[in-house]
Structures are given as C-alpha cells and as structure tokens.
Design a protein around this ligand. Structure first.
Ligand code: C5P
Length: 233
C-alpha cells in the first residue's frame, strides 16, 4: 500500500521551547505522522524533548546533521537509537568511512538519512568552498556515495529528484525540504518547489517548517498542504 499524505509529511518543529513544540505536535498530529526536531530545539530542550514528542504518538525525526570523525558519528547514532527516533540525519560530505560506520550501528527501525547539499545553498555557496560542479552534480555525487554505503535515504531539494531517481536505487528514500506552497515566502531557501510538484516529481517525504509553524493558523496551513499532497498522489 502506498503511504498516505499524512505518512509523508514531516513537520519541522523549528521553535525554541518545549511548550511550543508539544503544542504544535499535538495540534498537527492529525495531519502529519512525523515531527522533526532540529538543532535549535534539541540544543534548547535536549533528549527529554525527543521522548516527549514520541509520547504524543508522533514518529520522531532527529535532524542533527552529524558530521564528525567516524567513531564520534557512530556513537551519536547509537545515542539517538536509545532515544527511539525513527529518522536521523548525517552529512554525506563526511565521506564513505564515516557513513559506513554510522550505517553499521543503525538498526532496521532507524531510517538513516544523508544530507547532500543544503536547500539553502546554491552554486555560489559551492564555489566558495572549492566545489566547481553545479549543485545537482554535487547532490548526485554525494547521494551515490551514500547509497553505496547503505544509507536509507537522502535529503535533497525537489529540483534534484529526477536526477537522483536515475542515479540511485529506488529503495533509497528521498526526503525533500525547501517546500513552499504557491505564493508563500521563500525565507532563506533557494531551491524550492510546491508540495504537489515535489510529490509528482517522486518525493517520498516532504519536510515543511515555516509555511506551517509560522502561519497564523498552523492547522489550516497544514490541511491545505496535505490536500495538495493528496491531489498529486
Ligand atoms: O521552514 P522551512 O520549511 O524552510 O524548514 C525546512 C527544514 O528542513 C529546516 O528544519 C531545515 O533545517 C531542514 N533542512 C533543510 N535543508 C536540508 C536539510 C534540512 O532545509 N538540506
């Protein structure tokens, strides 16, 4: 059975306090199965918050974007497993030894995701750091390394979905942030697509933060996005 819109939608809980995060998780639970805890919230509220999110019944996505020496990353993966998270990110730029070591300690219940090029980055960002290839070449290069090392999914922008589907195994899940409903503010995201476009292009999961959590009524915003996703499925 194909996953529903609700199963595919990940809410980025990019807020500063436990109270705000729990309130959003409870309000949005009917519309989204996944709640993403990122650096801001984890740094402020720590592992207890992750447990609290799990207690709401949500699937927990811990977006720590790990990037360190292989041993440190692997031990952090083990710690995340101890928190009962279902998705965890690392940066594929950490290289194959780091990725393989992390994969080797991840149980089947954890979807370990490799971040390719951040959706806030563009060609100039890559140039600045010495990468002369264009964004989509770099995304595909990193995703291939991840897939060869056994990563469960990759994080990229919707614009690279086509190239990724050609380059890597269909079993590798595509998790897509930088989602913006038509007419909404792009904020710092540069490689955006609408929810319907991303799903039609082949995204497995959509990550949405500010268009929902900063909306005057997050429940109305999430409902509209869910309808868009369902229409494209
Ligand atoms: O508010 P917005 O919808 O832009 O939030 C996107 C979320 O996805 C943020 O939590 C951000 O950290 C995360 N993310 C991203 N680009 C990546 C990986 C994660 O925007 N490549």
């Amino acid at each position: 059975m194909k996953p529903s819109g609700r199963d595919r939608l990940i809410i980025a809980l990019d807020v500063g306090t436990r109270a705000e995060a729990i309130s959003l998780a409870l309000t949005l639970a009917p519309f989204a199965a996944w709640m993403k805890i990122g650096l801001q919230l984890f740094t402020a509220e720590g592992p207890d918050l992750v447990r609290a999110i799990r207690e709401t019944g949500a699937q927990a996505f811990l977006d720590l974007k790990l990037h360190d020496i292989p041993n440190t990353v692997a031990r952090a993966v083990e710690s995340a497993v101890g928190l009962d998270v279902q998705m965890l990110t690392l940066h594929l730029g950490g290289g194959s030894e780091m990725i393989r070591t992390a994969v080797s300690v991840a149980p089947d219940t954890l979807l370990l995701l490799g971040v390719t090029v951040l959706t806030s980055a563009n060609r100039e960002t890559l140039r600045e750091t010495g990468i002369i290839d264009d964004v989509s070449q770099q995304v595909v290069r990193l995703a291939k390394i991840g897939a060869e090392c056994g990563i469960g999914g990759v994080v990229a922008s919707a614009r690279e979905i086509g190239a990724l589907r050609k380059a890597i195994d269909r079993n590798v899940k595509l998790v897509i942030p930088g989602i913006r409903p038509t007419g909404s503010d792009e904020h710092d995201q540069k490689r955006t697509m609408t929810p319907a476009e991303a799903v039609a292009a082949g995204a497995d999961y959509l990550v949405v933060g500010r268009p929902i959590i900063a909306a005057p009524d997050p429940a109305i915003a999430v409902k509209q996005i869910l309808e868009e996703i369902e229409s494209a499925l």
